[in-house]
Design a protein around this ligand. Sequence first.
Ligand SMILES: C[S@@+](CC[C@H](N)C(=O)[O-])C[C@H]1O[C@@H](n2cnc3c(N)ncnc32)[C@H](O)[C@@H]1O
Length: 244
Amino acid sequence: MDNKTLIDQNQSTWESFWKKNPTGFDSIMKQATLYFAKTLNKKYPIQPDDHILDLGCGPGFLIDYLKDKCELIHGIDISEKYIEICKEQYKDQKNLSISVNNSYDHDGYNQIIVEKKINKVIMLSVLQYYKDLDEVRNLILYLKKVSGQQSFRCILADIIPENNSVIADLKSIIKNSVGKGHTIDFIKFLFYVFFSDYRNTKKNGMLHINESFFTNLGQELDLKVQIVKNLTVHSGRYSVIIDY
Ligand SMILES: C[S@@+](CC[C@H](N)C(=O)[O-])C[C@H]1O[C@@H](n2cnc3c(N)ncnc32)[C@H](O)[C@@H]1O
């Protein structure tokens, strides 16, 4: 099997994994999302006039935290089921809109950014499921195309560097779950990680990206890029803020 076939297979595996709407993570993911949301709001406060695009919104945990703190929020995901859950849960939320978009639908993202006057794009724990670095580069490049019409900040959070240790990830999760009294959720999560589709899918790998990828791209595209530590529960991971 050649490299390209392998990469395509990985992509379709993660895509189909997420499209199946896995629920085994939900409580741990919710706690991790809440940690990020609170830390973000402390370091870079959400403004009442913010228009936010939550790219890869999943079942809507970030939406839940942000929806009453900003003027408008739009959620996108590749999983129809996650979007259905969000629509049902927040059907009375007037400042919220949601759509299913295909992976790498850059024109679709740009259209939403312009139409909804988005000034913050947040992508939390999504890039590790991207096919390869070219697609990450395309995302950053395409977002630049729309910045002539709408200036905005893009927060790419929870990025896994190449030397990341799984043990360190696990320790961070323990600290944030067991340490806060969610031991049963953590045990369920462990069972899920070891005895589900997740384990098989993960064998194909996740995308690891070094900080230099973003800083170099920032220089090449003349974009202001900041590397930020400790925005998410995973102490070995990092986040990137790009001002377009
Ligand atoms: C770990 S979950 C994070 C969900 C949410 N951002 C949060 O942190 O609460 C990863 C999400 O990324 C979505 N996803 C995976 N690949 C994607 C892609 N190429 N484009 C957009 N969303 C994607 C999945 O459907 C899933 O909802």
